[in-house]
Design a protein around this ligand. Structure first.
Ligand code: FE2
Ligand code: FE2
Length: 187
């Protein structure tokens, strides 16, 4: 099997889990399905980031599609974090909708635009080799708790994105009353 076939198979598993969660009326079952979905998504994220995308970069360079895919992984991780934080709460369902739509967009671009180019550039023998490595890493990542790596990845993204904290002597900006509360709620 080629790495691109493995990834498409995993996309299908994730899509089925989203559907099952949406249809489930039983809260305990919904929680179990969410754990299953989250560990699948996190393990899929790991094999693409650690093995598949670097192999694509070696052969194709950082293309716009690869750059976009990497940025989208960060967005998916953030949506997954938000849904995880909302487990058992009223806002879980709509946070799951945002996660599903974000994943669907990313998957569609991978399957329709990126994978055909990757298959041409990497060729079947290399893709089959990568698949073996990716399958083993997927099982390993799926067996461990997804929250540790997820939080660590998000921390790294934010560390790179945020301005260094202002020096203590710097004048604090005047925050609008209630702004912090509203921002927290929106997240
Ligand atoms: Fe994918
Ligand atoms: Fe991806």
């Amino acid at each position: 099997m080629k790495a691109t076939d493995l990834l498409q198979k995993q996309h299908k598993v994730v899509a089925d889990l989203f559907e099952k969660i949406e249809k489930s009326k039983d809260d305990a079952k919904k929680k179990d399905l969410f754990e299953e979905l989250a560990s699948n998504l996190a393990a899929h994220d790991a094999i693409e980031r650690e093995i598949f995308y670097p192999a694509c970069e070696t052969k194709m360079g950082i293309t716009d599609l690869l750059g976009e895919a990497l940025a989208e992984h960060g967005v998916v991780e953030f949506c997954l974090y938000l849904a995880d934080e909302a487990r058992g709460e009223d806002d879980f369902d709509y946070k799951m909708t945002v996660l599903k739509e974000t994943v669907q967009h990313h998957v569609e671009e991978e399957e329709k635009e990126f994978f055909p180019k990757v298959e041409k550039a990497l060729g079947a023998p290399l893709l089959e080799e990568l698949c073996v490595e990716m399958e083993a890493r997927f099982e390993e990542a799926k067996a461990s708790d997804f929250r540790g790596p997820l939080h660590e990845n998000l921390r790294q993204v934010l560390d790179g994105a945020l301005e260094p904290a202002p020096a203590k002597s710097a004048k604090k900006p005047v925050a609008k009353k209630g702004a912090k509360k509203t921002a927290k709620k929106a997240a």
